[in-house]
Design a protein around this ligand. Structure first.
Ligand SMILES: C[S@@+](CC[C@H](N)C(=O)[O-])C[C@H]1O[C@@H](n2cnc3c(N)ncnc32)[C@H](O)[C@@H]1O
Length: 338
């Protein structure tokens, strides 16, 4: 499996689980909250471009998800296009954007913008998408952005700029942060330049910058002849699973409990451990949740599966033993804290 296939597989899995959650993990609960967050992002994009903006522009959103930001931007532009690596995101975007005939969305390869001719757009933007992509994928996109932008077109880009922070190539959601020098160089190599370099905090060393959602504006200053050639070799560990992925599935299941839908939380954890049986914390959280919900026999089954898969986890054996004893001694008990 290569990185393009892995990005497609992982984002497809997330979109099928709950597209809105994986797009906006804090604003997914209902359509109203989700729409409100899209309006806020659209406002930030309009602020970033306000000095150069023209209503006649054609724009492109890279990593558009279901169109959270495309929809509130619709009134401001002539045409809007979006690409996303996930087929499910794009299928859902068709429904989310059904009332907007001047917005079109496409499933893309996850690496390029081959759907579009050269010099098609006045503005390309991207929000909380590039920060998740491996560096070589981002670099490849920069070349493509240069190609599809009109001369003197703009790029409005959310990307954490501060201390250097990397994630393994296989990680399709872990957040990457770029130093100013690095991003400046990548822009130069790809015929782009910051519009307001002075507003970028060059010296930031705080890792909190990683959660920086600011939008930076760049301009196409020259066409590039040759795009960077990146070899998409086979991944060392195609089964790699990002710690952020695991964490977010667990957050989702916690939220389900808070929202009074514990069974959905249980199902989320069950499908997580089925896919990733090595993930001991997922098993433990699932067992705890089953116990909290008084589902004792399922908790026993889960512990049994857990201890079979993780024989060195002695504590699991002990808990199972104690649980079995309690279960046998007081089968009517509904809540047990081993
Ligand atoms: C956190 S979501 C943000 C969606 C949207 N930009 C928004 O703000 O509502 C990240 C999106 O990027 C897409 N994505 C991730 N890697 C991609 C890639 N290599 N090419 C295109 N889309 C990608 C995912 O499928 C997902 O829809």
């Amino acid at each position: 499996m290569n990185i393009a296939e892995k990005m497609k597989q992982d984002w497809e899995e997330r979109a099928q689980h709950h597209a809105r959650f994986w797009i906006a993990t804090e604003h997914y609960q209902n359509e109203e909250v989700f729409s409100g967050s899209g309006e806020e992002t659209a406002r930030c994009i309009m602020m970033a471009i306000h000095e150069v903006y023209q209503p006649t522009w054609n724009v492109l959103d890279i990593g558009c998800g279901i169109g959270r930001v495309l929809k509130p931007l619709a009134p401001y532009f002539q045409t809007l296009s979006g690409v996303d690596v996930s087929a499910t995101m794009i299928a859902q975007s068709k429904a989310w954007l059904a009332d907007y005939s001047h917005i079109t969305t496409y499933e893309n390869s996850g690496l390029d913008l081959s759907e579009f001719h050269d010099s098609s757009f006045n503005l390309v933007y991207s929000y909380v998408a590039f920060q998740h992509m491996p560096r070589p994928v981002f670099e490849r996109y920069l070349g493509e952005i240069n190609r599809v932008l009109l001369p003197e077109g703009y790029l409005a880009l959310q990307l954490p700029i501060g201390p250097y922070h990397e994630a393994p190539l296989e990680d399709t959601i872990g957040i990457r942060s770029y130093t100013f020098e690095e991003i400046n160089q990548k822009f130069q190599d790809n015929g782009l330049a910051f519009m307001n370099p002075a507003t970028v905090d060059h010296s930031a060393t705080d890792l909190k910058q990683i959660f920086d959602h600011r939008i930076h504006l760049a301009k196409k200053i020259r066409p590039i002849r040759q795009q960077s050639r990146v070899a998409w070799g086979q991944l060392d560990d195609p089964h790699y699973y990002s710690p952020l992925d695991l964490h977010l599935y667990e957050v989702y299941s916690e939220n389900c409990v808070q929202l009074g839908k514990p069974q959905e939380g249980i199902q989320t954890l069950q499908s997580l451990v089925n896919r990733h049986p090595k993930h001991l914390p997922g098993w433990l959280r699932l067992t705890a949740l089953l116990l909290e919900q008084g589902q004792l026999s399922q908790a026993c089954d889960t512990l049994q599966a857990l201890t079979a898969l993780h024989p060195r986890y002695q504590e699991g054996q002990d808990i199972l033993e104690r649980l079995r004893n309690k279960f046998v001694n007081s089968p009517k008990s509904t809540l047990i804290h081993p």
